[in-house]
Design a protein around this ligand. Structure first.
Ligand SMILES: Nc1nc2c(c(=O)[nH]1)N=C([C@H](O)[C@H](O)COP(=O)(O)OP(=O)(O)OP(=O)(O)O)CN2
Length: 361
């Protein structure tokens, strides 16, 4: 399948707002403020920016776009400056030539993502602390031992698939009984969670909420700092993150650009895979196995000079993601997206399957 490259850029702004659409007495009807985060994923046509440094052009376009929002009263710009309306405002003002997804995160635990076809997915993040063990893993597998996690769950609701609309408080109210069942327990003791993998936990949550929340678009379960699973009622997508430290020269950077010189980054790499559920193990692919299969490539990336890698055309994020895909696709055929961030606020997604939901910061 042909891969699509999405360039990623993040920006922040600080602003005040009132949300008059909320019910009488709701605190957010009063003037209040947030440090907003804007996340942009854009598929850019060739020639839109200098090759290899597209993220710079994207970051500059985003910074220019949100400048009227920073340290302002947002109600002077929009009658109801909700996260969704702000995301639509940013997307319309940016007017990028390719497909663009815009996310607005107003709080650590809440935001809205506009997908590539303009649907607004409200998301809210929750956390619970529990013990579990995976009873069907091979002998000696660490997850067969009793252990525990601070699990994070993100509920995503497609506003365009629910006529009644939904807000973050409704998501919190729907989540509350599940939190009471899951928090500070051993998950294996809960009926239906005898094998509590991220995948089966995401499905269990989906089944409990789907009838009450017709717009539910994804349930995300983040099990550890580096791994988790999305479920949309039919498909499972997992991700596994790795970090590596590397040096490079960007030989194709414009003349005078400092990145033509030798420099370096602490990279974040996120591998996304889509696969059916293994009916015995209750997972798609073991996160640990993804890491193990990636290890031979990891040792070629970590503490190396990336522009000297055999066969790499350009050490920009897109060139590196393509090189990684080429070298791992035989061992990991379920892989369908690679995110590579040289810095926390810019990077690429190379995607040859479904894009899936964005992960909040
Ligand atoms: N597809 C799944 N794979 C694994 C699951 C799961 O639910 N679904 N669960 C586990 C374990 O419970 C484990 O605690 C988490 O796995 P892993 O990412 O391997 O954890 P590490 O702490 O070793 O990760 P680092 O790479 O060191 O960050 C296993 N697999």
């Amino acid at each position: 399948m042909t891969a699509r490259v999405f360039h990623l850029a993040l920006a922040h702004f600080e602003a005040a707002r009132r949300l008059p659409n909320l019910p009488e007495g709701h605190p957010a009807r009063r003037l209040h403020g947030h440090g907003f985060l804007v996340r942009l994923r854009a598929e850019l046509p060739a020639g839109w920016a200098s090759p290899g440094v597209e993220e710079d052009a994207l970051k500059a376009a985003l910074a220019h776009c949100i400048e009227p929002l920073d340290h302002r009263d947002l109600n002077t710009l929009l009658p109801t400056p909700s996260d969704e309306n702000l995301a639509r405002w940013v997307r319309d003002r940016l007017a990028l030539p390719g497909r663009a997804c815009v996310g607005i995160q107003s709080r650590h635990d809440q935001g809205v993502d506009l997908d590539g076809v303009g649907h607004a997915h409200l998301w809210r993040r929750f956390r619970f602390e529990s013990a579990h063990r995976l009873p069907n893993v091979p002998p000696g597998h660490p997850c067969g031992r009793m252990h525990g996690h601070g699990f994070e769950v993100i509920l995503h609701a497609d506003q365009d698939r629910d006529d009644r609309g939904v807000d973050g408080d409704q998501l919190a109210a729907l989540w509350a009984p599940l939190h009471a069942e899951l928090h500070q327990t051993c998950l294996n003791d809960i009926p239906g969670l005898e094998n509590p993998t991220s995948e089966l936990l995401a499905r269990w949550i989906w089944v409990r909420l789907a009838s009450e929340l017709p717009g539910l678009s994804w349930v995300t379960v983040q099990e550890t700092a580096t791994a988790g699973c999305h479920f949309d009622g039919l498909h499972y997508r997992i991700w596994k993150e790795q970090r590596f430290e590397a040096a490079l020269c960007l030989r194709h950077a414009p003349a005078g650009d400092a990145r033509r010189r030798l420099h370096g980054h602490s990279y974040l790499l996120r591998l996304h895979l889509t696969a059916p559920l293994d009916q015995v193990l209750g997972w798609t692919l073991d996160y640990g196995e993804v890491k193990r299969l990636f290890q031979p490539l990891y040792v070629r990336l970590d503490h190396h000079r990336l522009d000297l890698l055999d066969g790499v055309e350009s050490a920009d994020p897109g060139g590196l993601a393509r090189w990684i895909r080429e070298h791992i696709q035989t061992d990991l055929p379920e892989l369908d997206r690679i995110d590579l961030y040289p810095t926390p606020d810019h990077g690429v997604s190379l995607c040859w399957g479904k894009l899936g939901p964005a992960l909040p910061v």
